[in-house]
Design a protein around this ligand. Structure first.
Ligand SMILES: *[C@@H]1O[C@H](CO)[C@@H](O)[C@H](O)[C@H]1NC(C)=O
Ligand SMILES: *[C@@H]1O[C@H](CO)[C@@H](O)[C@H](O)[C@H]1NC(C)=O
Ligand SMILES: *[C@@H]1O[C@H](CO)[C@@H](O)[C@H](O)[C@H]1NC(C)=O
Ligand SMILES: [Zn+2]
Length: 517
């Protein structure tokens, strides 16, 4: 108790004297670690849905609480500088740079200039740094912590920034550990498997960033489950780039554990490795790094909500809970660590119950075995052959993948019609059949502007409470580490923020394109 209140006091005085601190060289007071958890697109209704599902299917008592329920300290506002409804790029930049910016902006301010991030400032102050995400590591949330581009779709340039290609920041590389998906942005347009680079490319040039990371910075590069298992924290082998899928990692409901590690496994390994490496003595000093900063994202909670797919949303939320539980366990044995968790925004406008009855049926989600994404990848190609499509929907999708054995004609027709439309139309058709049965409602396939939960645990968490702006959450991160991202901004003045050859016609460069995730 006493130790806790000393921490609380220390944090309080840090926050209060921030203006004075800004003038000092960034120097952490003492050993500390900061774990920032982002549940992308996760709202309060998602928490209620997942809690209700677990209580109902396990017969847990009324007072049962999820790991997150226990850590709730407040709420966060989510709007961006140009809209009351943010996208993930502006949402993450509010956390990383502690600044409001426009939808679509990755680590750049409202006037499109690079802004220093808390991760970059932490690295400069000697901390080790990490990023874990179940999305492509070049996606909006992870990108906003170590890249600076004027539009989120410039993922080729984001990949360059993530591994400090042509970076003006020292020490380089900026990110010591990355786990996630998105290998294809690190492979040249013509990949060369013999050279050890990934076999599928999303690039339009011949840059081999996989090899660049190895050769210039000594990154260990891993891409398989077995390589992941072989890496030991005790080896203290950083920097490390582990990308396990070409694009996003699988939804938890679809994930093959023999192929891809889970968010929780990546979280545990990242914490162990960063902690072990931070104890290695540096230079002439017997002390190691002052600690570490890591951003961990449950990214696909958002994407499932975009798809209005309740079972995939549910399973990614539960996996995020597991990752938070692993973080709690780490903090219980490393009390010099703070976890702050929040969402960038809510997605889907998920709600529980709709006219006319006062009910929802959690059990409907139990037999669902595949995401709408996987189902639609299978059935959309069949839409040219109506008989085959109907047969797949009636014999496989409904009974085997969704667990619905008494489907109505209307339900069958909805999915068949959806399969003949866009990917989104198909996924919504599948998601709505399940949601309607469960009595879950969605207002949109995009984001909403509601406040989201704010969660904290560990050192200094006692002083965080109430309703915060998302930029204030970013400020809390910087304050805890005793760093100032603004000191990094001038060092980024010459950073290229526009991807060469980027086809500006495909997106509206003045805002996040409609439907951006
Ligand atoms: C970027 O870095 C690469 C590799 O170090 C170097 O060959 C190239 O000249 C640099 N480009 C610019 C624009 O600095
Ligand atoms: C380590 O000590 C040497 C010799 O005293 C000195 O030249 C060097 O700058 C020191 N390095 C660091 C990182 O302090
Ligand atoms: C399907 O069967 C379940 C379980 O017997 C039942 O509760 C539900 O009302 C049935 N739905 C339809 C549309 O027949
Ligand atoms: Zn989204």
């Amino acid at each position: 108790m006493l130790t806790q209140s000393i921490y609380a006091l220390a944090i309080y005085s840090l926050i209060c004297s921030r203006a004075a601190l800004a003038a000092l060289p960034a120097a952490p007071a003492r050993h500390r670690n900061l774990i920032f958890m982002v549940s992308d697109g996760f709202g309060i209704a998602g928490e209620t849905m997942a809690r209700g599902y677990i209580q109902s299917t396990h017969n847990y008592p009324l007072e049962w609480a999820s790991t997150l329920d226990d850590l709730l300290v407040g709420t966060s506002r989510t709007r961006s500088s140009d809209s009351l409804v943010t996208d993930s790029a502006a949402g993450a930049t509010a956390f990383s740079c502690a600044q409001k910016t426009y939808n679509g902006a990755i680590g750049v301010s409202h006037d499109r200039k690079p802004c220093g991030t808390v991760l970059e400032a932490a690295k400069q102050a000697g901390y080790l740094t990490g990023i874990v995400s179940t999305a492509r590591i070049t996606h909006a949330t992870p990108g906003s912590f170590a890249a600076h581009v004027v539009h989120r779709d410039m993922e080729e340039l984001i990949a360059q920034h993530m591994i400090s290609y042509n970076s003006s920041l020292t020490p380089a590389p900026t990110v010591d550990l990355m786990f996630g998906g998105g290998r294809c942005f690190f492979a040249p347009e013509t990949p060369n498997p013999a050279a050890g680079n990934p076999t599928s490319s999303c690039r339009s040039d011949q840059l081999d960033l996989w090899q660049f990371a190895q050769k210039n910075y000594g990154y260990s590069t891993i891409s398989t489950r077995s390589q992941f298992d072989e890496i030991l924290a005790a080896d203290k082998k950083l920097p490390l780039l582990g990308l396990f899928t070409n694009s996003h990692m699988s939804y938890e409901i679809d994930r093959d554990p023999a192929e891809e590690p889970s968010l929780t496994e990546m979280t545990q390994k990242a914490l162990d490795m960063l902690h072990a490496a931070s104890t290695v003595p540096r230079g002439n000093s017997t002390a190691g790094a002052p600690g570490f900063f890591i951003m961990i994202e449950g990214a696909r909670i958002d994407m499932a909500a975009h798809d209005n797919d309740p079972a995939s949303h549910l399973h990614d939320i539960i996996e995020y809970w597991n990752a938070v539980a692993a973080v709690r366990k780490f903090i219980d044995t490393h009390p010099d660590t703070l976890m702050i968790g929040t969402s960038d925004h809510e997605t889907g406008g998920l709600t529980i119950g709709y006219d006319p009855e006062y009910v929802w049926y959690p059990n409907i989600l139990t037999p669902v075995k595949s995401s709408a994404e996987v189902i639609c990848k299978e059935i959309r190609p069949l839409s040219k052959d109506h008989t085959k499509l109907v047969s797949a929907v009636v014999n496989k999708v409904l009974p085997k993948q969704l667990g619905i054995t008494n489907a109505t004609h209307e339900e069958i027709n909805d999915i068949v019609d959806g399969a003949g439309g866009s990917a989104k139309a198909c996924k919504h058709a599948v998601g709505h059949v399940v949601s309607d049965r469960a009595r879950l409602g969605w207002t949109t396939g995009g984001h909403t502007g509601v406040d989201v939960g704010l969660y904290a645990y560990g050192a200094g968490s006692g002083t965080i409470r109430g309703n915060k702006d998302n930029t204030h959450v970013g400020q809390l991160l910087a304050d805890f580490l005793n760093v100032n991202p603004e000191t990094i901004t001038p060092l980024l003045a010459h950073q290229t923020t526009v991807q060469e050859g980027f086809d500006a016609n495909t997106v509206d460069l003045n805002s996040g394109k409609p439907g951006s995730v």
